[in-house]
Write a protein that binds this ligand. Structure first.
Ligand code: ADP
Length: 397
């Protein structure tokens, strides 16, 4: 089965093509993809950078002229290697209350996804544009599957997902959804395999720490709480997002500083977090380097990040009634040893004791706690694209 995965974000599109044997898809990718593509737009106005890698061929790197990101999708599909595609899986950030599982994209589903753009304007519009480009390229008979970042959290109990605002919020879809679910689905299963334990018997707190950051309480493989909510703005401090703040600040800024919705969106999503406090960068590597060089604001940005992450993990552990494993994943989680050490030190009272050489030795898919640590600590390399491919195999039957 040839599976094409399309993973669109607010400023990039990643594509990956696999050729897999029939039968159930393995828990991990059996090989490198046959072909990958990456398009970045927004770096230079009017142009997009395209990088195509086909197995056994030289990398093809070029800039193309575009008026909108949509203009870049056709050239990427044109660059696919010859041969039929059986199914296309799309990453969809927001499934709202309507989609609690992956779904085949028929016309009505496509229109419902477009309506959800109201909830996730930065993501769903682009994702629907990718679906349309695929339909235009291959025709309507090709099976396309939507895989949602929210659906892993459909198992959260009401007490976790209902905001304590007026009750009619819930009727209009204003509730907590949670994100990074595709990653949590992959990493929780992988963590259980690394520990050689049955996922159903494990209480885990997973931390997906990339440009966006969240924590998730996973009980027996099911999400019971997570830090992101109605949008990916709630919860932890992130690269450029504030995470949770007192909503009274927004009321104050509107009343006394003349802020519009657009101003709040920009400030909270783009000018806050690591970047807003450090003034150095949204990139954790640069924060760590500036902190080591004694920079006061980078040090504060790092300290707030650790403070809020530790408190987030503690909250998830309380909801689970204890945890067997703490799992770090995504760019920061997988690569930033000092951050893992800082968090495990803060949570040492719970029983997170790191094996320092293991933590510092670029661990991939391994347990980095000392043997007698009460809580296992794992670094897992997430693979959202493969998780989407697996969903395609499951849905296509
Ligand atoms: P995205 O959410 O866009 O998929 P990633 O999962 O790639 O993002 O994570 C990006 C983040 O990972 C950035 O903040 C980057 O600084 C961080 N990161 C990557 N490598 C390292 C590293 N070696 N040390 C610290 N942070 C790192």
């Amino acid at each position: 089965m040839r599976i094409l995965v399309m993973n669109a974000g607010s400023s990039s599109l990643k594509g990956a093509l696999w050729d897999v044997e029939g039968g159930p898809a393995p828990p991990q990718a059996p090989s490198e993809p046959l072909w990958t593509a990456r398009v970045d737009w927004g770096r230079h106005p009017g142009s997009a950078d395209v990088v195509i890698r086909a197995r056994g061929a030289a990398e093809d790197k070029r800039a193309i002229a575009i008026e909108s990101p949509r203009d870049a999708f056709g050239p990427v599909l044109d660059a696919l290697p010859a041969g039929a595609i059986d199914v296309v899986g799309h990453r969809i950030v927001h499934g709202g209350a309507r989609f609690s599982d992956s779904v085949r994209i028929e016309k009505e589903v496509r229109n419902q996804l477009a309506e959800l753009a109201e909830f996730a304007p930065e993501h769903n519009q682009i994702e629907v544009a990718v679906i349309d480009a695929v339909t235009q390229h291959f025709g309507t008979s090709l099976t396309q599957i939507a895989v949602f970042d929210t659906s892993f959290h459909a198992t959260m109990p009401e007490a976790a997902y209902v905001y304590p605002g007026p009750r009619d919020w819930l009727d209009s879809g204003i509730r907590r959804y949670g994100f990074h679910g595709i990653s949590y689905s992959y990493t929780s299963r992988r963590a259980a395999a690394i520990l050689k334990r049955d996922l159903a018997s494990l209480k885990m707190v997973a931390c997906h720490l990339g440009n966006g950051c969240s924590v998730c309480a996973i009980d027996g493989g099911r999400s019971v709480d997570t830090s992101m909510g109605f949008t990916p703005l709630e919860g932890l401090m992130m690269g450029t997002r504030s995470g949770s703040i007192d909503p009274g600040i927004c009321i104050y800024l509107i009343r006394h500083r003349g802020y519009s919705a657009g101003d709040l969106d920009r400030v909270l999503n783009k000018e806050s977090g690591l970047k807003g406090i450090s003034g150095v960068s949204a990139d954790m590597r640069e924060i760590v380097a500036a902190r080591e060089a004694g920079d006061r604001w980078a040090t504060l940005a790092y300290d707030i990040f650790v403070h809020r992450l530790s408190s987030g993990v503690g909250a998830m552990a309380a909801i689970l009634g204890g945890m067997d494993a703490l799992v770090f994943t995504a760019g920061i989680g997988e690569n930033c040893a000092p951050l893992r050490e800082s968090v495990c030190e803060r949570l040492a009272f719970l029983g997170t004791r790191l094996d320092r050489p293991a933590n510092e030795g670029s661990p991939v898919d391994r347990d980095i706690a000392v043997p007698d640590s009460r809580i296992r600590v794992l670094v897992v390399a997430t693979d959202e694209d493969w998780e989407i491919a697996r969903e395609c195999v499951r849905m296509r039957g």
